[in-house]
Design a protein around this ligand. Structure first.
Ligand code: RIB
Ligand code: CA
Length: 311
């Protein structure tokens, strides 16, 4: 039986690749995409999610729009994405669902006769709102896999990761909510699973609309990321959100360590940082699994085999 999956995205290029990857894997049954603000306004992230699904023929998957800002007022505004707000995909012919994403999440959880997997790849505002409104929400979730946070600071990686930094209070609420299985896919892992220009060419040559679009998006990402110190001059880029789906398909693709996470929620320069203690001496129920590394070659193989070929 495929795993029932809900994706909660702020869809730009890497979320779109995550959506396509989830749709193309027989192990996964994507039952809905909830859109949240983050790298773009929620109107755009919802519209981009619809466009992506429609392009690959998955007009059966509902898209719902959720929170348009952080759950608590205050905090400094984060810079948005350098990507254009609208993905270069033809407009969808359908509309987003009328329900609010948070209501839909709660209703889906209440109606569930079996648990589902939840993958947030944007700000955590929708998920924190669902947990706040109905703490029993967590019981319907078999596993939550969040793209967020960073372990190693002071090196080449950014000090803060945007999905957490957009709404740090929400991130802390989600971490404290009591999800049974919690995996945090950090920048430490996603920056290890970069995709190169040569690999984009392979992806493009694999044919099919999903592979071609993914190749185009990753090329666009490489043009930006190659200028960052973390890339060390290589023509390569991380595809952060897609690594969450790759983990679901093959958990051995990432290296997991037990960790204790505190999000810095205090106003000031360090707001949004994740303080992560790996392998705590005395484990507690609040500890989560932290993806700290990933196998780049196998991640790309999975992208290639999953996205290539006809719909
Ligand atoms: O920090 C990377 C994350 O921020 C990714 O989810 C990307 O899509 C943006 O939301
Ligand atoms: Ca994202």
């Amino acid at each position: 039986m495929p795993r029932r999956l809900v994706l909660d995205c702020d869809t730009g290029t890497d979320d779109a690749i995550a959506i396509m990857l989830a749709c193309r894997r027989p192990e996964l049954d994507l039952i809905g995409v909830t859109a949240v603000w983050g790298n773009h306004a929620v109107e755009h992230t919802a519209d981009n999610s619809l466009r992506t699904l429609d392009l690959i023929g998955r007009t059966d998957i509902p898209v719902l729009a959720g929170c348009s800002g952080p759950i608590e007022p205050g905090g400094e505004e984060q810079e948005g994405s350098p990507e254009p707000d609208t993905l270069p995909i033809p407009p969808s012919t359908r509309s987003i669902e009328s329900a609010h994403a948070v209501e839909w999440l709660i209703e889906t959880a209440r109606a569930a006769t079996e648990q589902f997997t939840l993958v947030p790849t944007g700000s955590l505002s929708n998920i924190a709102s669902a947990v706040r409104a109905d703490p029993a929400f967590v019981e319907a979730v078999e596993e939550i896999v969040v793209m967020g946070g960073v372990v190693e600071r002071g090196g080449a990686l950014p000090d803060v990761e945007t999905n957490v930094a957009y709404d740090p209070d929400a991130a802390q609420i989600v971490l404290d909510a009591g999800f049974e299985q919690f995996v945090l896919v950090t920048l430490d892992a996603t920056y290890r699973a970069t995709v190169t220009s040569e690999q984009c060419e392979l992806l493009r040559n694999a044919g099919g609309v999903a592979a071609e679009l993914a190749a185009e998006f990753i090329e666009q990402r490489i043009a930006r990321y190659r200028l960052l110190p973390a890339m060390g001059g290589r023509a390569a880029a991380p595809v952060h959100d897609a690594l969450t789906i790759a983990y679901l398909v093959d958990p051995t693709l990432v290296t997991l360590r037990t960790g204790r996470v505190r999000v810095e929620t205090e106003l000031g320069a360090t707001r949004g940082r994740t303080d992560i203690e790996l392998d705590p001496a005395v484990p507690t129920a609040a500890d989560v699994q932290i993806a700290v590394d990933a196998d780049a070659a196998r991640f790309f193989e999975l992208l290639l085999e999953s996205l290539g070929g006809p719909e």
